[in-house]
Ligand binder design. Structure first.
Ligand code: ADP
Ligand code: MG
Length: 253
């Protein structure tokens, strides 16, 4: 479903260099995170609750500032305070666990608002792109519906469409199925799989271990603020000899 073109295939989409984040009060959440995401990779970010997955994503999306280290989005050092933050955010699509859509706006308005108001996309173009993206997930006929007329799964799929409006270089998905009725998880994960197949570059925090195993190209495990594992799903989830890694995955068997 992606139309990413012209990206340099040898250059990482995202590069983190020794990223550190301590919240006011002294909680050292990220203690030196270094990792790279290459074009078209889907990377699953795993770790216990409180291990810093959301914090890491917020630092990448500039919702939190890092205390130390650098984050590169393509060739841009986004930790440089002089950068244009809105321009950087337009290059990253984000979907959170919940509260993604504005309840008083219909689907089309929800999907187009940010692209028009924040990123300066012309209205007609935004409308056309939104309808095309909704069409691809079979939801064009819901363009006039309000969020409370949609299932949770449909709402999250609309939220993903909204995140794709600016054709971002990177899609951040933060536990997007955690608040869903189990029956609705599958349709959202199926959409993620389609994006992966279409070449979208994705970093997703998730507790859906079987999905991570079969759909991710790479798995990163965060434990106590550092990357404990970074490898293929098989290497990390099946073959790691690290007792803490095995302990973590044992909870999901
Ligand atoms: P995860 O997404 O892996 O569950 P988080 O990044 O949400 O982890 O949280 C990591 C740690 O940082 C937790 O101990 C959490 O309580 C703490 N934390 C998260 N957000 C804040 C904040 N805004 N201020 C202070 N502490 C925070
Ligand atoms: Mg989280």
């Amino acid at each position: 479903m992606s139309e990413q073109a012209g990206a340099d295939q040898d250059q990482p989409v995202l590069r983190l260099e020794d990223v550190r984040k301590t919240y006011p009060g002294g909680n050292k959440v990220l203690r030196g995170i270094s990792m790279t995401i290459m074009p078209h990779e889907t990377v699953a970010l795993l770790g216990p609750s409180g291990s810093g997955k959301s914090t890491l994503m917020k630092c990448i999306n500039l919702l939190e500032t890092v205390n130390d280290g650098r984050i590169w989005l393509g060739g841009t050092d986004i930790t440089d305070p002089r950068i244009n933050q809105d321009a950087c955010r337009a290059r990253i699509g984000v979907v959170f666990q919940q509260f993604n859509l504005f309840p008083h706006m219909n689907v089309l308005k929800n999907v187009t608002l940010g692209a028009i108001k924040v990123h300066g996309m012309p209205k007609d173009q935004a409308r056309e792109r939104a309808l095309e993206l909704l069409d691809r997930i079979g939801m064009r006929k819901k363009a006039g519906a309000y969020p409370d007329q949609l299932s949770g799964g449909q709402q999250q799929r609309v939220a993903i469409v909204r995140a794709l409006m600016t054709d971002p270089e990177l899609l951040l998905l933060d536990e997007i199925t955690s608040a869903l009725d189990p029956m609705l998880v599958g349709e959202v994960l199926a959409m993620v799989s389609e994006l992966t197949a279409g070449g979208t570059t994705i970093l997703m925090a998730t507790h859906e271990m079987s999905f991570a195993h079969h759909a991710a190209n790479r798995v990163v495990l965060l434990l106590d603020g550092v990357i404990a594992e970074n490898g293929t799903p098989e290497e990390v989830m099946d073959e790691s000899e690290n007792p803490r890694t095995r302990e973590f995955f044992s909870h999901f068997r």
